[in-house]
Each structure stands twice: as structure tokens, then as C-alpha cells.
Ligand binder design. Structure first.
Ligand code: NAD
Length: 481
């Protein structure tokens, strides 16, 4: 008898408890060697005043088991509640979100019968770090952070996933024609890592046209890796066009912790009626079984589930007269899957899992990168300024030149407005002034400049230092300059 793997289980809110019971019932009937520890998360916990939605004892369980099977939860209306998913992701470093989207045609209606796409979404960086500011009356800011190790880790994970799951191609979506530095890094790292996997085809798409192509011809894609925001949006699109968001599971993977769930929410209006479809959570649980190295059980459950779908045993959300044979509730659906354990689908493709995709190993620091010479050459000073035109501001800021630093340009919302601005350019109260030096400078020259800003009554709201790396600017050029 194999030793049982402890897992932490949360039954969640709304339809959560029903679909979790069904899921556990199926996988245990299939022989999953698991020891569930139940924790309470979600609405009740939030309403007890715990803003993270999880009791301290629950964190202890998670820390112990390092495997989390989570039913959807309801986030109460109104502010002050933190997203449990984001908190869990950040706390345990769940850097990879894996979302397979598969068509089950002709048994579940879709315009894309041959779709079988896995989206691998970077889960920790990009605009999701939650670093946001209000800077002026007019202007709000969010920071988009893309790191070299963060990109390398998710991209390597995608290639390892492709190799382990016998997939042929990894595609990168990004937008480096606009975000040349951040998305440019993601693209560059993709090209570097791809070279280490000559057995796997690789290609890159600018995300807008790539997304259009995916929505139109998803069968042209296999594994797609992308930064956080694009991945969040496009994985829902992929699930929906494959047939239903109700049929998709997802895995959030970290170095030594993983969380598995359905991608849909708690559907409160369907709660307690034994009508909800447990398939999304079940498919999440199948990803968990692979992760805890029980691939045979995962294979058995997945094939029985495919056979159930194929036999037309459907919950209301995918029931279609003429295609479906039997409309069932949550419990009956679970019994139908259990009755088919050991069987394989006859029309749909049977699955066969081997073992968990290897965790992407971090390479040692890239030497070429580590020895780059970093030189401070200037500063962008951002201002809250409402007192006049761009030319007037240019006039005033030129008087702050000195100590090697010279005002080179002013931009508003990224567009150059001084010198030689266009009268047509719309401006807000949020201005960026760029001071550069011919020679490398010190931080003291920047603080002295800021001192001059302050003495002249300017409200500087933030600065960004301008560095050269091996003589190449580590900052974007200004449009119009
Ligand atoms: P939802 O996904 O819960 O439901 C949308 C609709 O889809 C439902 O009305 C229902 O008709 C259908 N549906 C969804 N899952 C189904 C299933 N398994 N079986 C049958 N039908 C299903 O989205 P929502 O209504 O926008 O959100 C409800 C709550 O869920 C909100 O509080 C939201 O914050 C939360 N939510 C939680 C998670 C999570 O815990 N991971 C994810 C998304 C939303």
C-alpha cells in the first residue's frame, strides 16, 4: 500500500462544497492515495473580519502539506478584502499558472473541434504586483515589473511542460513592439531558452494578433507562454472558445507548493441544488494527482470522465437536446464517472500521464549579464504641475540645470512636449522632465537637482534614475524625440 499524500482541501462557497465532495468521491474511488486536511476559506472567514479570507491555522496546514485543492470562493461585495488567490500565489511563490483548454467535440458544442491548447501564464510579476499610486489629480500609475529570472523560470517551465507532456511547440505571446524593455526582455529570454530545447518547435507572436489568431484558429497552437496580464485574459478566452469555462481546471505551481482549482467562480445562484458541474474542479484535481506523482490514478479518472462526457451524461450547463443523452445533477455525474473508472473514451482522445513536469531549474547567473557595467547618467523627474504650458515649464526647468545635468526634454503621457512640442498634443497635470549628463554622475548630483526643484516650488512626485548598461541606455526613448 502506497503512503498517502497529505493535501489541504477547501470546500469554498456557493457550489464549492458540492463540487468538492463530488471530486473527492471520484478520485478516492479511483484509488487516489491522499489524506485530505480540511480548512475553511472564503466568505465566512472574510465576514469574521479576516481580510485575507483564511485563518492562521489554515496557513499552517498549507505550509505542512504544500498541496492545495481549492473550491471556488465568494469574495464579499465591497472593499477591504484581499484576493485569497493572489495572497496564496504570492505567499508560496506560485509562479506558473497552467491552464489546459481542450475541445470535447461533438459532445460539447464548440466552433473549434480540434482545439487543445495549454496556456502557461506567468503568475507573480507584470502589472499584478499590486504596486499602484495616485500621483496627481489626473494621474494614476501601476508598475509593470518583468524580471530576467521571473521570465526565465516561467519560460523554462513551459518548455519542460511541453517535453514532459509530449507537446510539439511552445509559442510566446508578448508586445515588444511597444514595451521594448519589459516585453522585450520576455521575448529575448524566450529565444535564449528555446535554443536549449531543439526538440520543441518555438515561435513568437505579438499578443494582439496572436490572440486574434488563437480565437480564430486555436488548433494552430499547442503550448503558449505569456506574461501575467495577457495570460489572465487569454486563458479565459481559450477556456470559453473550447466549449465552456465550466470545464477548465488550473494548476498554480511553485518551487515546492502547488494549488489546484476550477477556473470558474462559486456560482452562488446554483448553490445547494445539486446541479453544478464538478468537471472544472475534477480536472484541477487530475492536475494535482499528476503533481503528487499519482499519474496512473490521474489517467484513470481523466479517461473515465472523458467517457462520461462522450456517453452524453451531462450537467445542465453543457446539456444540449439531441447531443446529450441524460441530464444529471452533481452527485449523479460523479457516480457516472465512478461507474466508468477503468474505461477509455471511444471517440475522444484518451489521455496517458507519466509523471509531473520537472520543476524548471534556475540556471546560475548569466555571466554576460552579471558583468555588465552599470552607469548612472541622468534622471527622469516626474512633476505634478498645473501652472501653464509645456514651453513655460521648459523655460522654468532649464533654470535648474547645473552640476553636469541638463534638461533634455519634457514629455506628458509619454509624448514629447518640449522642446518643439506640437500645440495639438493633449496634456495632463503629470509631466516628466529628463535630465541627462555627458559623463556618469553620482546620486548626490540627483539629490542636489531635487533640492533645486524643491526650492523653486515644484512638486516632484517621483524620479526614475537613468542608467546605461555597457554604454546602452536602460531606459526608453521618448516618442516624438
Ligand atoms: P461564476 O463562474 O461563479 O458563475 C458564472 C455563471 O456560470 C453562473 O451563474 C453559472 O450559471 C455558471 N457556472 C459557473 N460554474 C459552474 C459550474 N461548475 N456548473 C454549472 N454552472 C456553472 O462567476 P461569477 O458569478 O462572476 O462569480 C461568483 C463569485 O465567485 C464571485 O464572488 C467571484 O468573486 C467568485 N469567483 C471566485 C473564483 C475563485 O475562487 N477562484 C473565481 C472566479 C470568481
Amino acid at each position: 500500500m502506497a503512503t498517502k499524500t497529505p493535501i489541504t482541501v477547501a470546500h469554498g462557497d456557493g457550489i464549492g462544497p458540492e463540487i468538492m465532495d463530488a471530486t473527492l468521491h471520484i478520485i478516492e474511488a479511483a484509488g487516489a492515495q491522499i489524506e485530505p486536511e480540511t480548512i475553511e476559506v472564503g466568505e465566512k472567514v472574510y465576514l469574521r473580519g479576516i481580510s485575507a479570507g483564511m485563518e492562521p491555522s489554515a496557513w499552517e496546514s498549507l505550509r505542512r502539506t504544500r498541496v492545495f485543492l481549492k473550491a471556488p470562493i465568494t469574495t464579499p461585495q465591497g472593499g477591504g478584502y484581499k484576493s485569497l488567490n493572489v495572497t496564496t500565489r504570492v505567499t508560496f511563490g506560485l509562479y506558473a499558472n497552467v491552464r489546459p483548454s481542450v475541445a470535447y467535440y461533438p459532445f460539447v458544442d464548440t466552433k473549434h473541434p480540434n482545439m487543445d491548447v495549454v496556456i502557461i501564464r506567468e503568475n507573480e510579476e507584470d502589472t499584478y504586483t499590486g504596486i499602484e499610486y495616485r500621483q496627481t489629480t489626473d494621474m494614476m500609475e501601476t508598475l509593470k515589473l518583468i524580471s530576467h529570472p521571473g521570465s526565465e523560470r516561467i519560460i523554462r517551465y513551459a518548455f519542460e511542460y511541453a517535453r514532459t507532456n509530449n507537446r510539439k511547440k511552445v509559442t510566446c505571446f508578448m508586445k515588444d513592439n511597444i514595451m521594448k524593455i519589459t516585453d522585450g526582455l520576455f521575448h529575448k529570454v524566450f529565444d535564449e531558452v528555446a535554443k536549449e530545447y531543439p526538440d520543441i518547435e518555438n515561435e513568437s507572436w505579438i499578443v494582439d494578433i496572436g490572440a486574434a489568431k488563437m480565437a480564430d484558429t486555436p488548433e494552430a497552437f499547442d503550448v503558449i507562454v505569456m506574461p501575467n496580464l495577457y495570460g489572465d485574459i487569454l486563458s479565459d478566452v481559450a477556456a470559453q472558445i473550447a466549449g465552456s469555462v465550466g470545464l477548465a481546471g488550473s494548476a498554480n505551481i511553485g518551487e515546492n507548493f502547488a494549488m489546484f482549482e476550477a477556473i470558474h467562480g462559486s456560482a452562488p445562484r446554483r448553490a445547494g441544488q445539486n446541479v453544478a458541474n464538478p468537471s472544472g474542479l475534477l480536472l484541477g484535481a487530475i492536475l494535482m494527482l499528476v503533481h503528487i506523482d499519482q499519474p496512473d490514478v490521474a489517467t484513470k479518472v481523466h479517461n473515465a470522465w472523458l467517457r462520461t462526457i462522450e456517453d452524453g451524461v451531462h450537467t445542465y450547463d453543457i446539456y444540449v437536446e439531441g447531443v446529450s443523452k441524460q441530464k444529471v445533477g452533481t452527485k449523479e455525474f460523479a457516480e457516472a464517472v465512478i461507474a466508468r473508472l477503468g474505461q477509455e473514451p471511444q471517440t475522444l482522445k484518451a489521455v496517458h500521464y507519466s509523471s509531473a513536469p520537472k520543476q524548471a531549474k534556475q540556471k546560475k547567473a548569466d555571466l554576460a549579464r552579471a558583468t555588465e557595467k552599470k552607469e548612472l547618467v541622468g534622471v527622469d523627474v516626474f512633476l505634478d504641475w498645473k501652472a501653464g504650458t509645456a514651453d513655460a515649464l521648459g523655460e522654468a526647468l532649464q533654470r535648474l540645470n547645473g552640476d553636469g545635468l541638463t534638461l533634455r526634454l519634457i514629455s506628458n503621457r509619454g509624448a514629447r512636449v518640449w522642446p518643439n512640442g506640437m500645440p495639438e498634443t493633449f496634456t495632463t497635470d503629470h509631466w516628466r522632465s529628463r535630465f541627462l549628463s555627458e559623463e556618469p554622475i553620482t546620486h548626490n548630483q540627483i539629490t542636489a537637482l531635487l533640492q533645486r526643484f524643491s526650492e523653486n516650488g515644484f512638486d516632484f512626485i517621483k524620479i526614475e534614475n537613468l542608467y546605461n548598461f555597457d554604454g546602452k541606455p536602460g531606459y526608453s526613448a521618448v516618442s516624438g524625440s
